[in-house]
Design a protein around this ligand. Structure first.
Ligand code: SF4
Ligand code: SF4
Ligand code: SF4
Length: 375
């Protein structure tokens, strides 16, 4: 079986299909500290892409409450129960990925959910790990906690869905790394559903074919961010491209946040698929739980986040989240503003570090009226 370098694991890894990396890799950053679980992203994706017959149970975008929530039910726990605990040494994974656990040439280790697992997409919403006592206050890390985890397909570097499909119906686009299912080739064997560690391929019982998040590719081709990104109320999301043909660029906001500063971390990278949704971990949650999800970089990431006030370039990059419906490919700090440019080289975002405050007088000379709400 060919070997590939997996930069998230710091080592080579067995992978069924070899191929060159895409010209650039679509990627997303989600700041879990800002998500309010309003589900606007979920509804935006659902109404646009999956409102048809056979898609009633399908949410390409979902937002679940950790630690108890999950859609489909137990998507992550069921795989973790079948796997040895992830082991890291000096940033390198020493345990086995899903491509290696069962030996060379075998399908990736996985499980296929049953239909009932899709019946409660928001099970466990807002459930906290414990009850606070009267008068108790929280400091840095909270003794009882929960947080919201927004999830879409990771458009992985080494997709398990691609590796598992006996029909070669699932493929990764060479131009941007978006992973798609060819509906004509798919025969509904659901090997991709079983293999994806994130359970982000779904079976449509009416079409008798598998389907998944299409990365909003018609929008990406126009330089626009995905619907779930544009509609995000909390502005927790950034959508763009990682550089694949050289060193990470300091002026590419995704390269900078993910690869240069390592503030945003991949989800369950120990499975080996090279996921491309990167999360800024919630700073109030204990490290033990977070390291299972986001790997060994959690503590350093939290430290960076807490120090943002004195880290102007990193803070500036974060200010550009949700600042434009155009994909940003370049950014810089100009004085007291963060500025972003799109794929066409046009300036499309300019965000001040401090929002200007305008004081309006109680009495308005021009209209000879008093303002009663001057806030
Ligand atoms: S998240 Fe799952 S469906 Fe998406 S590319 Fe990775 S393995 Fe495939
Ligand atoms: S990228 Fe597009 S298709 Fe994928 S979850 Fe977001 S809105 Fe849905
Ligand atoms: S729209 Fe944004 S803030 Fe609301 S649930 Fe989705 S990711 Fe979270």
């Amino acid at each position: 079986m060919p070997k590939r370098f997996n930069w998230q694991l710091g080592r080579d890894m067995e992978y069924t299909y070899d191929g060159p990396p895409p010209a650039r890799q679509v990627a997303y950053i989600f700041d879990t500290n800002k998500c309010i679980a309003c589900q606007t992203c979920t509804v935006a994706c659902k109404t646009c892409w999956t409102s048809g017959k056979g898609q009633e149970h399908i949410f390409w975008n979902n937002v679940e409450t950790k630690p108890y929530g999950g859609y489909p039910v137990g998507w992550d726990l069921k795989l973790l129960e079948q796997s040895d605990p992830a082991q890291w040494r000096d940033g390198k994974l020493t345990s086995l990925t899903i491509f290696e656990t069962d030996g060379a040439g075998k399908p990736p280790r996985g499980h296929r959910p049953v239909p009932d697992d899709y019946a409660t997409p928001n099970l466990g919403e807002d459930d906290v790990t414990g009850l606070a006592e009267l008068g108790q206050y929280f400091g840095d890390t909270h003794p009882m906690w929960m947080f919201y985890l927004a999830r879409i397909c990771n458009h992985c570097d080494h997709p398990a869905c691609v590796a598992a499909c006996p029909r070669k119906a699932v493929y990764k686009r060479p131009e941007d790394g978006i992973v798609l299912v060819d509906q004509e080739r798919c025969r509904g064997y659901q090997e991709c559903v079983k293999a994806c560690p994130y359970k982000k391929v779904f079976y449509n019982i009416i079409n008798r074919a598998s389907e998944k998040c299409i990365g909003c590719y018609p929008r990406v081709e126009q330089g626009e961010v995905a619907f779930c990104v544009e509609t995000c109320i909390g502005k927790i999301r950034m959508h763009g491209f990682l550089t694949t043909d050289g060193e990470p660029r300091e002026d590419n906001p995704l390269d900078y946040i993910i690869k240069v500063r390592k503030l945003a971390l991949p989800l369950y990278s120990q499975h080996g698929t090279g996921p491309n949704v990167y999360y800024i971990p919630p700073v109030h949650v204990p490290d033990g739980f977070l390291e299972q999800l986001f790997g060994p970089g959690v503590e350093a990431s939290k430290q960076l986040y807490r120090n943002l006030g004195s880290d102007k370039k990193l803070l500036g990059a974060l200010l550009l989240f949700g600042a434009s419906n155009r994909i940003l490919t370049r950014f810089e700090i100009q004085g007291e503003e963060a500025v972003g440019w799109d794929v066409d080289g046009q300036e499309v975002a300019r965000v001040p570090f401090v929002e200007p405050i305008h004081h309006r007088p109680h009495y308005d000379d021009r209209y000879d009226v008093y303002r009663h709400n001057t806030a």
